[in-house]
Design a protein around this ligand. Sequence first.
Ligand code: GTP
Length: 349
Amino acid sequence: MSFLALMVLMVYESRWVYPEIQAYFSQTGNLTGQQLSTRARVFLQDAQAELLGDQAEQDALDAALLDIELAYGLADMHIYRREYACAESSLADLDRLGVQLAARNIDRFAAVSMLFAPIQCLTHIEMDQLDRRGAAINDFSESTRQHSQVLTYSSLLIFVMGLVFWWLHERQLRRADRATQETFEWMQRAMRDPLTGIGNRSALHQDVLAKQHQTLGLILVDIDFFKQYNDACGHPQGDTLLRQLATLIGETLEEAKLYRLGGDEFAALLDCPDVATLKRYCHQLMEGLREADFPHPAHPDKKGVTLSVGGSCFVADEATFPYAYEAADKALYQVKTMGRDGWQVTEDA
Ligand SMILES: Nc1nc2c(ncn2[C@@H]2O[C@H](COP(=O)(O)OP(=O)(O)OP(=O)(O)O)[C@@H](O)[C@H]2O)c(=O)[nH]1
């Protein structure tokens, strides 16, 4: 709002310049007024010079009469009569003097002295006109200074306000960026298992939905006798094993996305055109585990760490996923009941 007011002020100020210049030049009327009175005064002084000169009396009177008539013509202005008290009487004096000169009933010295008052009046008019012109010029330059000051300060203010708006805008942008970044980080964190760094159950759901209509394989992995492992080696070592297994599954099933579903249960999601491929992945995983040969000091069968694995294939969809999960879980449970350390895949999820 204040910005708008400033713009209006600036437009007003710039519009001011033209009428003001016009007003200044309209003062040229005073210039003419001054020039006319100057010329009239010069004619009267010429008339005095001729009357006091050494030419013949007749010639001097004729020449003086001509100059006085010329001066009268220039000084007989309505504006002089209206604004200067001496103008009326001076013109009357000149008129009278002209008549006397024409009739030759005045001597040249008397004529010279009759011209002093009109000359004085014209000099007064001349000076006054000059003063008026000076005052008009002063007024003009003073108001020009004031208006240009207003324009300068307004421009400065607009510049500063522009800077402030720009800074506020940038700050708002940075805040919005930071908030978006933080939200994104929170969402990322909410989808991660903090212990292993792989995805959690929510991430699994999200990824399944993102792969709608694709044929996927779901592999569930559960550590055998993990409670005994924890009891024997302690929970920190149990945590380490969880991390090691996450790495191992990731390295063995390179194409898979991994998730920890909670406790000692992992899941792997991969593209899987058919059940045979899924079986190959399960086999690959068991081979990898055997090669890694993680020790399990409390395994009842005196083996290293073993896994029970169940799998199923499905076409990704919000509706099909729970069935695929249940099928893989059933397969895993069967492995558990059959003595663990093995894998099974449900043929038709
Ligand atoms: N170290 C560690 N242990 C965990 C964590 N989450 C769950 N556990 C432990 O995992 C164990 C899971 O025990 P069970 O569900 O009985 O599974 P299990 O001992 O592997 O037995 P089976 O699966 O039947 O072979 C429990 O002792 C939990 O305390 C974890 O984040 N870290």
